[in-house]
Design a protein around this ligand. Structure first.
Ligand code: TYD
Length: 140
């Protein structure tokens, strides 16, 4: 159950004109799931590390609609990839069961998160060793 190969950047459609930019994120097409929840993170200092969890069920797309941040994705088997988010029309798709950490927030960072589920704390794995154990067991 290692889903890191599904992680990918998404280029969202933009309909800009002389009035400015408009970026579209439609559930089920631009976003590869039906959107059940939206939340956003701002005002995090650059030395803060957020996330530090895996979701058993939720898929998410993260978009820095302002400013920039970095997202580190771990698969629990020793592989990790760092993505830079710095464009309002570029998101990262994170499937369930990947470990994610968000950090390096710029002062103007607004990190939008679109999620495939309503909030349910019981689907969070917040201990990295527990996550690695689950990944290891699922590979056997
Ligand atoms: P947390 O998961 O720690 O945020 P992050 O992953 O960005 O570090 O969430 C912070 C608090 O907000 C925690 O008490 C749970 C709560 N929360 C909700 O109630 N609903 C939500 O959709 C989210 C994402 C968090």
């Amino acid at each position: 159950m290692n889903n890191i190969d599904q992680v990918r950047m998404l280029e969202l459609p933009e309909r800009g004109d002389e009035r400015g930019n408009l970026v579209i994120a439609e559930g089920g097409s631009d976003i590869p799931f039906d959107i059940q929840r939206v939340f956003y993170i701002y005002g995090s200092d650059p030395d803060v590390i957020r996330g530090c969890h895996a979701n058993r069920v939720s898929e998410v797309v993260l978009i820095n609609v302002a400013g920039s941040s970095k997202v580190k994705v771990l698969d629990g088997e020793g592989n990790e990839i760092v993505y830079s988010l710095n464009r309002p029309k570029t998101g990262i798709y994170l499937p369930n069961m990947v470990w994610k950490e968000m950090y390096d927030f710029s002062a103007d960072s607004v990190l939008l998160c679109l999620a495939s589920t309503h909030y349910d704390e019981t689907e969070y794995i917040r201990d990295l060793d527990e996550y690695k154990k689950i990944i290891k067991e699922s590979a056997q």
